[in-house]
Design a binder for this molecule. Structure first.
Ligand code: NAP
Length: 267
């Protein structure tokens, strides 16, 4: 498998070279933020850096935490109808007084770069980034066994759906799965996607197939102040994605790919 940093750099060069100028146009995205949360600020900074690097256009609308749900819905409605942009995203989490599901459903599938609306053809960035990386590296999906650990709406569920759509035999496990069953599935898995949110969750304590490819989605701030994955480093497997420098980069790349996708759909 290609080093993820090199892979992402190569894909960005391809995006820079896309013939999106006249008669086409450069993709334009609006990033809506409704807080001043340090994590959101840092994610958005990363997104803006990527957009600038590949020459795509953006606007960043930063609203105060006190924004009412009706005000955000009005903005979403305005952006849905704004022909000067190709798509937009609403950065999560939203303040507690705003119903996230309501906002997600209000985003037009045509402009939904994050794939939040269930009617959208766009796959959420993390599963899509992982899938694209595996596909571009020649991973054979058909008839192979995938184990997805974690069933969140943002990672586990859309990941499982995408792998199933590409003919894998998919098992999803979660916090109520016994260790005995987890070992059984791990032993038979060709691909393991770990999205649990617990540092070092997957370790040598489990019965892991040495021929498996392990994708570590976890981003956990350790006691040492550094970022750690859900998987302990250097397992004896065919491939294990690193943290940091792994799925986080693929997720950022997927946002650019998804923006291209909604842009192309307009032509
Ligand atoms: P989440 O919503 O908290 O979901 C965690 C899932 O893990 C739940 O389905 C939970 O099961 C399951 N789980 C918890 N303990 C378990 C156990 N002992 N055994 C098996 N399953 C267990 O988290 P998320 O949003 O999916 O995120 C997961 C991790 O990925 C986090 O570290 C997050 O920061 C990271 N992440 C990274 C990126 C990226 O770009 N790299 C993107 C998104 C998320 P239940 O459903 O039964 O509770």
């Amino acid at each position: 498998m290609e080093n993820i940093k090199d892979y992402v750099a190569r894909k960005k060069e391809e995006l820079k070279a896309l013939p999106l100028d006249a008669p086409f146009k450069k993709p334009k995205i609006v990033i809506v933020q409704v807080n001043d949360d340090p994590a959101s600020n840092s994610y958005i900074k990363g997104k803006i850096k990527d957009l600038t690097e590949v020459g795509f256009l953006y606007d960043h609308i930063k609203l105060p935490e006190s924004t009412k749900e009706s005000e955000l819905l009005n903005l979403v409605d305005k952006l849905n109808r704004d022909d000067s942009i190709n798509g937009f995203i609403v950065q999560l989490p939203l303040p507690k007084h705003i119903n996230e599901e309501k906002i997600k459903l209000a985003i037009s599938p045509k402009k939904d770069v994050d794939g939040f609306n269930p009617l959208s053809r766009i796959v959420p960035a993390t599963p899509f980034g992982i899938f694209t990386y595996l596909k571009d590296n020649g991973f054979e999906f058909r008839g192979k066994n995938a184990l997805v650990i974690g069933r969140s709406n943002i990672v586990g569920k859309p990941m499982a759906k995408l792998l199933l759509e590409h003919d894998m035999n998919v098992t999803v496990v979660h916090s109520k799965t016994s260790k005995k069953d987890m070992n059984f599935y791990l032993k038979h898995a060709d691909l393991v996607i770990v999205a649990v949110g617990k540092e070092g969750f997957l370790s040598n304590e489990f019965d892991i197939n040495e021929n498996s490819v392990i994708i570590d989605v976890g981003i956990n701030r350790g006691e040492d102040g550094k970022l750690h994955g859900d998987v302990i480093p250097n397992l004896n497997v065919k491939y294990q994605s690193p943290v940091p420098g792994g799925v986080g980069l693929l997720t950022r790349l997927a946002l650019l790919l998804n923006l291209c996708e909604v842009t192309k759909n307009e032509f």
